[in-house]
Write a protein that binds this ligand. Structure first.
Ligand code: ATP
Length: 507
């Protein structure tokens, strides 16, 4: 599985999806650029989110707020004082880690051990296997479950008490070693603020210390009144935003899973006080459905309750996906109470309230947030779509292909049009077809190499359809259309292409 992850990273580079930032200068840690295919996939992911959140919900509207904001916002939100990660250094390797992540990995190890026992038994008993009963009775599973429960309880308490000494003690008691040096020679755990700071204006006129926003949410909160008033919005309603966020993360080779510059898709939903947990539950279900609608298998998703609630939340859950390196967070759904709006009311001195005509009173709305990383979603989709398939070649020999089985609406290129040969008017005909369709779909013209090689190239970037133009095309206005997943080919009229593609690539 780890191996697949390495291959996926190489694939992302080779096929123009993701490049290391500043690569010719040896790169910049945990910062990435999206190439010609990556940017298309990323835009399609954003569209899938935006359409389902804003277009399909009458009471959700969009916003695009600036990255720079007044510095007091980050005081009010608690980020200046509390947006910290607990860090620990290994004295031998001099490597720095997040203490909480080291412990989470230890928890995952117990989970893995249990899963392995289950998989072994499943193989042995086949159809007759009852997983639930096995998990409840098998002594090895039970022993690991107990270790998991004990560690989890201790870890949650340490996080909630903000007890850094206890986090270190857990790392020592669990005999967690540095993956680089293999040593258990750890420093104390200390807090590290994740915000990037910079200066606005020249120093001569007293520059203002500003931050690169670590989340897009605050831009929504400080515009709550603007949007509610100008849009005449009635509670409950939501504001959605897609934009860059920056965090000075301590990272360990996780590719675009954890970046220092990344993009978020966030929606803040404003509700009546007291109704927030009901809405939290609704959005939890809605967001899970959104993920599962991509068709990557329901068993690959799960909810994960937080070990520690953030200072602003009264409920929080993550949507996790089974990455090649285990179940990990893709999206967070948080009930943020009235914390943010109340804080901004206090710090700005402006009344941030809603007059509820039904209740005939004013209140500070409560907020339910859905927050998902575009880049993490990108990685999730790539992990789920990447397949290496063994094929029977025409000459009887084994052949392999790498294919990205991307949901067709997300694919960077929807149709590749290929003249069988580079003469006899076939290239011109192929371009004519593209000219006809390019306003509807992202099309690519490809005439280099054999048709087989061209198909493989399109498979590798996830193109759902290839149309081949041959001599018959000139006679009867038909092409061969080849389907990515089944590799089946059929002869269709050029006039039908648009309908065939549209039926697959639109959400
Ligand atoms: P984690 O626990 O992984 O650090 P978080 O709980 O701090 O994440 P949130 O603040 O809830 O994350 O952010 C919401 C979403 O933004 C996450 O679910 C994730 O998809 C994305 N995200 C957060 N931090 C990063 C990052 N450094 N790189 C890429 N995506 C990120």
């Amino acid at each position: 599985q780890e191996d697949i992850f390495k291959k996926l990273i190489a694939h992302c580079k080779e096929y123009g999806f993701v490049f290391q930032s500043s690569e010719i200068y040896d790169g910049l840690g945990a910062v990435y650029d999206y190439g010609q295919n990556g940017v298309e996939l990323k835009n399609n992911i954003k569209k899938y989110w935006w359409d389902s959140m804003v277009m399909l919900h009458e009471n959700v509207v969009g916003l695009d707020s600036a990255i720079f904001m007044h510095p007091t916002i980050w005081k009010a939100s608690g980020h200046v004082d509390a947006f910290n990660d607990p860090l620990i250094d290994n004295k031998d390797s001099k490597k720095r880690y997040r203490a909480d992540v080291l412990i989470e990995e230890q928890l995952a190890k117990f989970e893995e051990k249990m899963d392995k026992e289950v998989a072994k038994a499943q193989k042995r008993f086949g159809d007759a296997f009852d997983e639930k009963q096995f998990r409840e009775t098998n002594p090895r599973v039970l022993a690991n479950q107990q270790k998991w429960d004990e560690l989890h309880a201790r870890f949650s308490k340490a996080l909630n008490d903000n007890n850094l000494a206890e986090l270190k003690q857990i790392i020592e008691d669990q005999e967690i070693v540095c993956p680089i040096s293999g040593s258990r020679n750890w420093t104390d755990v200390r807090q590290f603020n994740l915000m990037f700071g910079t200066e606005m204006g020249s120093t001569a006129d007293g520059a203002l210390k500003v931050y690169l926003r670590p989340e897009t949410a605050q831009g929504i909160f400080v515009n709550y009144l603007n949007v509610q008033k100008t849009g005449r919005m009635k509670i409950p309603f939501g504001i959605a935003q897609i934009g860059k966020a920056f965090r000075n993360e301590i990272v360990a080779r996780q590719f675009i899973f954890r970046m220092r510059e990344f993009e978020q898709m966030e929606m803040q939903f404003f509700v009546r006080p007291g109704s927030e947990l009901e809405w939290f539950d609704k959005w939890k279900q809605t967001r899970m459905k959104w993920h599962q609608a991509l068709g990557f298998g329901e068993e690959n998703y799960r909810f994960h309750e937080h070990e520690k609630l953030a200072h602003y939340a009264n409920a929080a859950v993550d949507v996790e996906y089974k990455f090649p390196f285990g179940f990990k967070e893709v999206e967070g759904i948080h009930s943020r109470t009235d914390f943010d709006l109340s804080q901004h009311q206090e710090f700005s001195g402006k009344k941030i309230q809603y007059y509820d005509p039904e209740l005939e009173k004013s209140y500070v709305p409560f907020v339910v947030e859905t927050s998902i990383g575009v880049d993490r979603m990108f990685l999730q989709i790539m992990s789920a779509s990447y397949f290496e398939e063994e094929l029977e070649a025409a000459n009887g020999k084994k052949d392999t292909r790498v294919v990205l089985k991307l949901p067709a609406p997300l694919a960077p290129i929807k149709l590749a049009v290929m003249p069988l040969i580079k003469k006899d008017g076939l290239p011109e005909k192929a371009r004519e077809i593209i000219d006809d369709l390019k306003f509807d779909f992202n099309c690519q013209y490809d005439e280099k190499d054999s048709i087989g090689k061209r198909y493989r190239r399109q498979d590798a970037i996830g193109t759902p359809f290839c149309a081949t133009v041959d001599h018959q095309t000139l006679e009867d206005a038909t092409v061969t259309i080849r389907h990515r997943d089944t590799m089946l080919q059929e002869r269709v009229a050029i006039a039908d292409l648009k309908g065939i593609i549209a039926s697959q690539v639109n959400f």
